[in-house]
Ligand binder design. Structure first.
Ligand code: NIG
Ligand code: FE
Length: 411
């Protein structure tokens, strides 16, 4: 099967020489070719360049006159396997209830854990696949999905088996993260460290034995898991070959960023509370700072110092955090808008943050995140638009017309 896209108004994020990520000033450069072609065969990108160099024939030819072609979005942080929804808590929040009050009424992560417990594995898969279908149509070609609404050995395994089934059946690329330490179940409230033992000694060995996870995560923050507990979990994960991707500094200067860097985490995510010490730690590391502006927007939180982070020379990734509590949307074009509007990033910086840098944050930088020869043929074609700046500018619109994943036209 071969696909040729011709007359592309602009082919965005092309890459001749592999770079694992883009950082600092380079984030403002988005290499693109005007009036271009793109040729894909099987699952891979074979060639691309200016139209006058195009000599290919193909089984499927798509004329993209007036349209832009992008590498698919990589969404490196989601919790999109969950049961039901929590819009009632959302209403309570509008009425003025605090997070604590909502939790006391049985809301929050523990509410999702209860719903997940009551839902069969098959039903959980069906519900999650609807969300997969939705994000695929909105341009996402690779997604990371976390467990963490199980909170018991059985339910964590149930979630991870659903993620595995999605990996095997969905058209996009999926990576799985074990987030056993997402919240402390009510029955462990006064003995949190015993729950950490359950995560390390009961959940983790089974997760590793069934090869259900690629990465390990901990919610390292005020009121959740401490740095010391996080370090214990990350060390145990490393013994099972799982690299860390952690939730850090969403609620306070928790030390999570430094803990992530110390254990060579692939990414540290959220980062609303990032100061000079955190930036310094990240500058000498291979850890991708990842911001989740959809969650900050939905919860009305302070924004992380994104501009300062880039100006200090750091790379930045932007992901959706798609989950029922703090970010019930996996719309990466909207994340691009938030990146520009709320974080004051340039469109070029934003597109680097949702393609190349999120591909790195999922361990997929060799195969995803740019238009490069030999990479997986994951791309989307826009509607007729004036330029790529139009995507973040038209916040809330879906400007994606066609989706090609692993060399197949999906939408
Ligand atoms: O990434 N911060 C921790 N966990 C999720 C929210 C989970 C929920 O409320 O269901 C997040 O925002
Ligand atoms: Fe999250």
């Amino acid at each position: 099967m071969s696909i040729l896209i011709t007359n592309i108004k602009k082919l965005v994020q092309v890459e001749e020489e592999h770079r694992p990520w883009v950082a600092g000033e380079s984030m403002a450069h988005l290499p693109s070719i005007e009036n271009a072609f793109l040729f894909m065969e099987g699952e891979t990108i074979v060639d691309f360049g200016p139209m006058e160099r195009c000599t290919y024939e193909a089984e499927t030819i798509i004329d993209a006159s007036g349209k832009l072609v992008f590498p698919s979005y990589c969404d490196s942080h989601t919790h999109l396997v969950y049961a039901g929804s929590r819009e009632i808590e959302y209403i309570d929040k509008i009425k003025g209830l605090s997070y604590e009050e909502i939790a006391k009424r049985g809301g929050g992560i523990l509410n999702s854990a209860k719903l997940l417990h009551e839902t069969s594995e098959d039903e959980l898969y069906q519900q999650s696949m609807k969300r997969i279908d939705e994000i695929v149509r909105m341009g996402t070609g690779a997604v990371e999905i976390k467990s963490g609404y199980g909170l018991t050995v059985e339910d964590e395994l149930k979630m991870l088996r659903v993620i595995k089934r999605i990996k095997e059946t969905a058209p996009l690329t999926v990576v799985a993260t074990f987030l056993g330490a997402h919240a402390v179940p009510a029955e462990y409230k006064t003995r949190q460290s015993e729950f950490v033992d359950v995560v390390i000694h009961e959940m983790l060995p089974l997760v590793a034995a069934e090869e259900l996870a690629d990465y390990i995560d901990v919610f390292c923050d005020k009121g959740f898991f401490t740095v010391e507990e996080t370090e214990r979990i990350l060390l145990a994960g490393m013994k099972h070959g799982l690299r860390a991707k952690i939730h850090a500094n969403e609620l306070d200067y928790s030390g999570g960023i430094q803990a992530g860097v110390k254990y060579q985490a692939l990414s540290v995510d959220h980062l609303e509370f990032t100061g000079d010490a955190e930036i310094e730690a990240l500058l000498n590391s291979d850890t991708m700072p990842t911001l989740l502006p959809g969650a900050a927007f939905f919860l009305g939180m302070i924004d992380p110092p994104a501009r300062k982070m880039i100006d200090s020379g750091l790379p930045l990734a932007l992901a959706s955090d798609f989950n029922p509590g703090s970010a019930p949307s996996g719309n990466m074009s909207l994340i691009c808008s938030f990146g520009c509007i709320k974080l004051r990033l340039l469109p070029e910086e934003v597109f680097n943050a949702v393609t190349k840098n999120t591909a790195y944050a999922m361990g997929l930088s060799e195969t995803h995140g740019s238009i490069a020869k030999g990479k997986i043929a994951n791309v989307f074609i826009t509607k007729e638009i004036p330029g790529y700046e139009f995507i973040p500018y038209s916040f809330g619109s879906n400007l994606i017309e066609n989706v090609i994943l692993k060399g197949k036209v999906i939408a």
